[in-house]
Design a binder for this molecule. Structure first.
Ligand code: OOG
Ligand code: NI
Length: 411
């Protein structure tokens, strides 16, 4: 190649900015949310304008869609990390997070995408299951340009500046909203009855981005600001309670909007509706070791199963009283990952997601229609077969960051 390649980090930054611009235009309430979070962050003395760290989420329907996305995200320097099984929470998908994995790449642009694959085998009605598979087999979620540039990136080992811009623009089409459904209203109704998320994945031309997520260091203030602005926010913040030393990930969102769509049997001014798209806010804290994570899971289960007469926030605070909340003890007890920098200890930020929290975020799409756990076994092996590769183990990535040599840069 004659012209120099653009770094995957730079392509990811361009893609993240383009996706944000598209989503702000598509979902004005998301633009309002960004403004509100910027104000909350500014009040806390930090400027995020121009640098709002984000994640997004999409849901795909077939192994081929997932594998092709994995190839596309690789061009953006993002690899699949972790396996999330949502079936126990009554959501018929399993998921991974595509994200940068090296410290410098994360520092350059931490944008991540939570990506779910529909588990068609969880559609109980065999006729509907076959119909859904057939509908999905007919669609192509990538443009010819995106596929051609993906092939070129793989053959050349990267893209030059003009190719990178063209690839970002072409890939963006996969994430765009399509108000025209690919099915008639009766098929949509039957898919929705099986599960609203099945209809969301199957009935449209592509896996529209369903939310983006700016970050804050004060999620309590951000949640209060949403409510003060009359935004229909989730009742509770997902994840651990507020702490002196933040751990893992706390999240809240506004509930998904009901938007007009058109089914194939509708003509003229007739429209139907679909509920899928929302906005979220995240606050990240320290990555936990396996030992720390086991403690987190135990305490969270205690809070969830605690006395239902008590408010959830109170149960959560009570359960987490058993989780040390000062840096020295967290390090002594080997509960968090830290890096040593210039003689000081600094927690390593958690870059991943949490299955119980993710299930809570999915609920924002379901308008109160939650269902019981699917009995299906977790199937990471099947997910990896669909993906075309193994997912990376997040604990190993954090351990590698913790043991990396201290950079020898002088201050
Ligand atoms: C993904 C929900 C999970 C998160 O932040 O935990 C998620 C979805 O609704 O598709 O994004
Ligand atoms: Ni999210």
């Amino acid at each position: 190649m004659a012209t120099p390649v653009i770094s995957p980090d730079a392509i990811r930054a361009r893609f993240s900015a383009a996706l944000s611009a598209m989503y702000r235009a598509e979902v004005p309430l998301y633009a309002d949310l960004l403004t509100l979070v910027e104000a909350v962050n500014a009040a806390a003395g930090e400027a995020t304008t121009g640098d709002p760290e984000r994640h997004g989420a999409i849901r795909v329907g077939t192994a081929h869609e997932l594998a092709t996305l994995a190839r596309a995200f690789a061009v953006l320097g993002m690899e699949p990390v972790g396996y999330y099984d949502l079936a126990p929470a009554g959501v018929p998908v399993h998921s991974t997070a595509f994200r940068p994995v090296h410290e410098a790449a994360i520092a350059a642009e931490p944008f991540r995408v939570f990506c779910s694959l529909l588990r068609l085998e969880l559609i109980e009605d065999a006729t509907l299951r076959a119909e859904a598979a057939e509908i999905l087999a007919r669609r192509q979620i990538f443009t010819p340009e995106a596929l051609a540039l993906l092939g070129r990136a793989e053959a050349q080992g990267g893209l030059d500046a003009a190719e990178a811009d063209a690839f970002v623009a072409a890939l963006l089409e996969t994430f765009r909203w399509h108000a025209d459904a690919t099915v008639d209203s009766d098929t949509y109704r039957r898919l929705s009855q099986a599960h609203r998320l099945i209809a969301d994945v199957v009935a449209f031309k592509g896996p529209h981005i369903n939310h983006l997520t700016p970050r804050t260091h004060d999620i309590e203030a951000a949640q209060a600001a949403m409510l003060a602005h009359g935004i229909d926010a989730k009742d509770a913040i997902e994840g651990p309670p507020a702490r002196r030393v933040p751990i893992l990930l706390r999240q809240t969102s506004f509930k998904a909007l009901t938007e007009p769509v058109r089914f194939t049997d509708q003509t003229g001014a007739q429209t139907g509706s679909h509920t899928a798209r929302f906005g979220e806010i995240e606050q990240r804290g320290a990555a936990l070791t396996r030992k720390g994570r086991a403690l987190y899971d135990t305490l969270l289960a205690q809070a969830l199963q605690g006395d239902p007469a008590l408010p959830y926030a109170q149960r959560l605070a009570q359960a987490f009283a058993a989780f040390p909340d000062d840096l020295a003890t967290l390090v002594d007890q080997d509960l968090i990952f830290v890096r040593h920098r210039q003689g000081a200890i600094e927690p390593i930020r958690y870059e991943d997601f949490l299955p119980v929290s993710a299930a809570g975020i999915f609920q924002s799409n379901l308008a109160g229609q939650s269902r019981a756990a699917y009995a299906a076994a977790s199937s990471q092996a099947e997910f990896e077969t669909a993906l075309g590769r193994a997912v990376l183990d997040p604990f190993e990535l954090y351990a590698a960051m913790a043991s990396a040599d201290e950079p020898s840069l002088q201050p």
